[in-house]
Design a protein around this ligand. Structure first.
Ligand code: FDA
Length: 303
C-alpha cells in the first residue's frame, strides 16, 4: 500500500518538486546514484571493475517530452561511452537505456534511430546495450524496437518483468538472447500483473527456468537470496558454466552480497545510475523497501 503511494508519487510533478527541493535529499540520493557527471560514472566504474564486478551504466532520465531532450540523452551516452573507451573494459562496462528517454512516446522510429546511435557508440568500444523495461504500456513497442536493433546489434539485451502475465511467453520468444530478468518496479493493474509478492516470486522462477533452459545469456537481476539459490540449482541442472549467465544488482544495494558473489567466482554486474534526473529512479527504490523511507526521513531530520 505504502509502496503503491510512493510509486504514484514517482510520477507526480508536485511530489517531484517537494522531494527534490529538500537540501538534504541529495545526501540520501547518493546512496543509490553514483553522481551527476560522466566522470562520476567513470569513477564508480573504475572502482567496481577494479573489485572484480562488471557494470551497466544508466544515464538517468525518462519520459522526455521534447525532441531536444532525446538529443541530449543520446549525447550523454555517446560522451560516456567515449570516456569509457580508454579503460578497455569491453563488455565489463555496458550501458542500460530507457527508451522513454529517447522519445518512445513521441515518435517510436525516432527512438529507434536514437537507440541505434547509442548501440553504434557501444560497439565502438567493444561494449553493448541493454534496454530497460518501463511500464506495461511500453512493452510491445520496446520489444519491437529490440527486434529492429538486434538485426544490426544482435548482442542487445532487454529487461523482462516477471510480474507481468505475458512475460513467460516473452521469455520463451527471447530464450536465445541476452535477457535481464527482474521482478518489475512499476505500479501495474491487476488486469496485467501479479499483485502479491509470493505470486511475483513464483512467476520469476517460471521465467528463470525458461531462460536457464534456453540457449541465451540470462541476466538474473535480483537481490533475493532464494532466487539466487534457485539460479544455482538451475545452472547445475542445465549444465551451465558460470560464464553462461550473470547476476545483476543495483548500485548501493546489498554491496556485501555483490562482493561475495564475485569472490565465489560468479559473474556479477552492478547497475550504476548517474545524472541529475534521479527522482523517478530514487522513488522506485524507496517503494521497494520501507526501511529506505525511514533512512530518508531520518536524514531529512539531520539524524
Ligand atoms: P525484493 O524486492 O523481494 O528484494 C529482495 C531483498 O533485496 C530485500 O529483502 C532486501 O533485502 C533487498 N532489497 C531489494 N530492493 C531493495 C532496495 N531498494 N533497498 C534496499 N534493499 C533492497 N525493474 C523494471 O521494472 N525494469 C527494469 O528495467 C529494471 N532493471 C533492473 C536492473 C537491475 C540490475 C536490477 C537489480 C533491478 C532492476 N529493476 C528493474 C528493479 C526490479 O524490478 C525490482 O524492483 C528490484 O530489483 C527489487 O526486486 P528484488 O528482485 O531485488 O526482490
Amino acid at each position: 500500500m505504502f509502496g503503491s503511494l510512493l510509486l504514484a508519487g514517482s510520477r507526480s510533478p508536485l511530489a517531484r518538486r517537494a522531494v527534490s527541493g529538500f537540501p538534504l535529499t541529495r545526501k540520501v540520493v547518493e546512496r543509490f546514484v553514483a553522481g551527476e557527471s560522466p566522470d562520476d560514472a567513470v569513477t564508480a566504474t573504475r572502482r567496481l571493475t577494479g573489485a572484480g564486478l562488471a557494470v551497466t551504466i544508466d544515464h538517468l532520465g525518462e519520459e522526455v517530452r521534447d525532441t531536444q531532450a532525446t538529443i541530449d540523452a543520446v549525447k550523454a551516452y555517446v560522451t560516456l561511452l567515449g570516456a569509457l573507451r580508454p579503460l578497455e573494459l569491453g563488455r565489463r562496462a555496458e550501458v542500460s537505456v530507457k527508451l522513454s528517454a529517447l522519445g518512445q512516446a513521441l515518435d517510436a522510429p525516432m527512438a529507434l534511430d536514437n537507440a541505434r546511435r547509442i548501440c553504434e557508440a557501444a560497439r565502438d568500444c567493444g561494449s553493448t546495450v541493454t534496454l530497460d523495461m518501463e511500464d506495461h504500456t511500453t512493452v510491445d513497442s520496446t520489444l519491437e524496437i529490440l527486434r529492429a536493433l538486434r538485426e544490426d546489434f544482435p548482442e542487445t539485451g532487454v529487461a523482462i518483468q516477471a510480474y507481468l502475465f505475458r512475460s513467460e511467453g516473452d521469455c520463451r520468444d527471447l530464450a536465445g538472447s541476452r535477457v535481464r530478468l527482474v521482478k518489475g518496479a512499476y505500479s501495474e493493474p491487476a488486469t496485467v500483473a501479479y499483485q502479491k509478492k509470493a505470486h511475483v516470486d513464483m512467476a520469476y522462477v517460471r521465467c528463470l527456468k525458461i531462460l536457464m533452459e534456453g540457449t541465451g545469456y540470462p541476466m538474473v537481476a535480483t537481490h533475493d537470496d532464494r532466487l539466487i539459490a534457485i539460479t544455482e540449482l538451475l545452472a547445475d541442472r542445465n549444465d551451465r558454466d558460470r560464464d553462461s549467465y550473470e547476476y545483476q544488482m543495483l548500485y548501493g544495494i546489498r554491496t556485501d552480497k555483490q562482493e561475495a558473489l564475485a569472490g565465489a567466482g560468479s559473474r556479477i554486474r552492478v547497475y550504476v545510475p548517474y545524472g541529475d534526473d534521479w527522482y523517478g529512479y530514487f522513488m522506485r527504490r524507496l517503494a521497494e523497501r520501507p526501511a529506505n523511507v525511514g533512512f530518508f526521513l531520518r536524514s531529512l531530520r539531520g539524524k
